[in-house]
Design a protein around this ligand. Structure first.
Ligand SMILES: Nc1ncnc2c1ncn2[C@@H]1O[C@H](COP(=O)(O)OP(=O)(O)OP(=O)(O)O)[C@@H](O)[C@H]1O
Ligand SMILES: [Mg+2]
Length: 318
């Protein structure tokens, strides 16, 4: 299998406090392999260790233990870094420069020709949704979302093979989020591997092929998103929607069905049962109480359920 990112037994302790005596283990023996050409979602609650991992991969932090490779080369390999891109969590630039100047600066770092820098800058600033009138404005006059867009454009100046995005959607308005989602999908179409951390689970569901969930610096779950969601039960319960039912009487009858819950609304009720055979038991009760069946739907586990379970498990047992 061709992995573009290989992480082996990676750990990071931050030394904090007076004399740096206290150690905080931010990352604990992380093993993770990421296949090329996909969008990989790196998930976890606040403080789970996502940014720490990305910073180690970018060679901005030294790991306490372990090693990692990108594109088959050790993360300390300087040349490899010219084939990857990185947009930090809160992009910060020298803010007296304009968007165009920043792009030009990074283009120069990567050794692009003047002509190439110009075309690439204009292409990228357009694709991240920055209008032409803002290209020559100083960044200190930019909003948070506008800076985020510059950060993304900057990460792509060298047409990287792998791009690391630490919360690329943060600070973006709904239109911005859609534009950036489209940009990310476009990257995958061109064969770029995207490794992104995010808290926006709906974006993960619509974008990511595979995910990893971190919990307190450890890997809690990883794999193909569809498999992960179906693995743990797949269908969790069934939702039965009925109309014109008498609430009190139906509620009384439903006490015979273990685990059934009901929510009444003016035009009817929504009943949730845990097992498929319970559906047949509920049907006669609906009829008996003057109700009419509207729909029966299997309720699938959502990414949110998975996320909450995987990131909370520790707290319950701790
Ligand atoms: N410079 C630092 N010094 C000491 N501890 C740190 C430092 N940076 C991060 N940490 C700690 O390391 C842990 C992981 O932090 P990290 O920033 O990697 O989390 P994250 O998953 O990116 O969180 P978020 O979703 O909030 O961005 C946290 O407990 C944090 O307090
Ligand atoms: Mg972070």
């Amino acid at each position: 299998m061709n992995h573009v990112i290989e992480i082996n037994n990676l750990s990071k302790d931050y030394e904090t406090g007076f004399w740096r005596k206290r150690k905080v283990r931010a990352l604990d023996s992380l093993d993770l392999n990421v296949k090329g050409g996909q969008i990989f979602g790196f998930l976890g609650g606040n403080g789970a260790g996502k940014t720490t991992t990305i910073k180690i991969l970018m060679s901005l932090l030294y790991p306490t233990e372990g090693m990692a490779k990108i594109l088959g080369r050790d993360i300390s390999d300087v040349q490899m870094h010219s084939s990857i891109g990185y947009c930090p969590e809160n992009p910060y630039f020298y803010d007296y420069l304009t968007a165009r100047e920043i792009m030009n600066y990074f283009g120069e770092l990567f050794g692009l020709s003047t002509e190439r820098r110009k075309t690439r800058t204009e292409q990228l600033l357009t694709s991240v949704g920055l209008s032409e009138k803002d290209w020559d404005r100083q960044l200190r006059k930019f909003s948070k979302g506008m800076l985020q867009r510059v950060g993304l454009a900057q990460a792509l100046i060298n047409s990287p093979e792998v791009v690391f995005l630490d919360e690329p959607m943060s600070g973006l308005d709904p239109i911005g989020r859609r534009e950036i989602r489209e940009l990310i999908v476009g990257l995958r179409e061109k064969g770029t591997t995207v490794f992104m951390s995010t808290h926006i689970l709906s974006d993960v569901e619509s974008l990511c092929d595979e995910v990893a969930i971190l919990r307190k610096g450890r890997l809690a779950a990883t794999g193909n998103l569809t498999d992960l969601l179906s693995e743990t039960g797949g269908t969790r319960s069934f939702e039965i929607v009925v109309s014109g039912v008498s609430p009190v009487a139906l509620n009384e009858d439903l006490t015979a069905v273990a685990g059934a819950t009901t929510a009444f609304h003016p035009s009817g009720a929504r009943i949730e049962v845990l097992a498929e055979e319970d559906i047949d038991r509920v049907f006669p009760m609906i009829r008996k109480n003057g109700g009419r069946l509207v729909s029966v739907t299997p309720v699938k586990q959502s990414l949110e359920d998975l996320f909450v379970r995987e990131t909370k498990a520790d707290e319950v047992s701790a």
